[in-house]
Design a protein. Structure first.
Length: 254
């Protein structure tokens, strides 16, 4: 299985990464798993973790609402950009929108509320070595200054396995993350060829020359799977993501 997967990955253009782990046998396949990739929306997963950690610790109230003004709104993914000016949402609303619809406005509001330094402190406390949040979504001025968000697949594997084991922050936080990730609506990569009745928890990321997808597939033998790319041919690599995901799923069902 490893030889076939690596051969497919080596045929892709750009900077490519892959990670697989059978959660029963602990067997792994790794390819550039420790390389830093520009994160796009993958960085939203650590933001979610920090938000739920703060809600559980009561540092933030479940009742708190934030009014979304037109000045907060940024383009592309999500729903809040298209909602009426002044709509009020809870922190959990923002968390759901950020992951399920990859809402960029929700993400930026959460970054402002939680603080970049506090999010990065939690990233470090989780033992992640290659992941950092440096700027908000669509902060082009900060981007021009060289500030970028990064992650590695080995870091995301730590998060995903802890979610699976329900040891990430706490059992209740882990369970809530599972519930949110299960409702992911951007499903044209890892889940594409996998039967709809199979539970998949995952998070995607997309930008120019960038396409990622990381998650857990609950097949007969559950597994973590992750794909990362920078400066790639998106259509080509997403086709490889779908093919490899189907291949591993079929093997996991044997």
């Amino acid at each position: 299985m490893q030889e076939k997967i690596i051969k497919l990955l080596e045929g892709c253009s750009g900077k490519i990464g892959f990670y697989y782990k059978d959660l029963n046998t602990k067997n792994e396949i790794k390819y550039n798993e420790d390389v830093k990739f520009m994160a796009a929306s993958i960085v939203k997963l650590p933001i979610l973790i920090e938000a739920l950690r703060r809600l559980e610790s009561k540092d933030i109230s479940d009742l708190e609402k934030i009014a979304i003004t037109k000045y907060m709104k940024v383009p592309s993914c999500g729903a809040l950009t298209y909602m009426h000016d002044g709509i009020e949402v809870t922190i959990r609303d923002l968390c759901n929108l950020m992951i399920i619809l990859s809402d960029n406005t929700a993400t930026n509001v959460l970054i402002d509320r939680l603080g970049i330094d506090e999010i990065n402190k939690t990233i470090k406390n989780l033992g992640l070595k290659n992941t950092i949040l440096s700027r908000k979504m669509y902060d082009m001025e900060s981007k021009k200054l060289g500030n970028e968000n990064y992650f590695s697949l080995s870091d995301m594997a730590i998060i995903l396995e802890s979610i699976h084991n329900e040891t990430l922050i706490s059992q209740s936080v882990s369970k809530e993350i599972k519930t949110i990730m299960k409702e992911q609506q951007i499903n044209h990569k890892i889940p594409y060829y996998i039967p709809e009745d199979v539970t998949i928890l995952h998070k995607t990321g997309e930008a120019d020359g960038i396409t990622h997808d990381i998650g857990i597939v609950y097949s007969k033998n559950p597994f973590i799977i992750g794909f990362a790319s920078n400066e790639t041919n998106i259509q080509e690599f997403e086709d490889i993501i779908r093919k490899i995901s189907r291949f591993i799923y079929e093997e996991s069902e044997k």
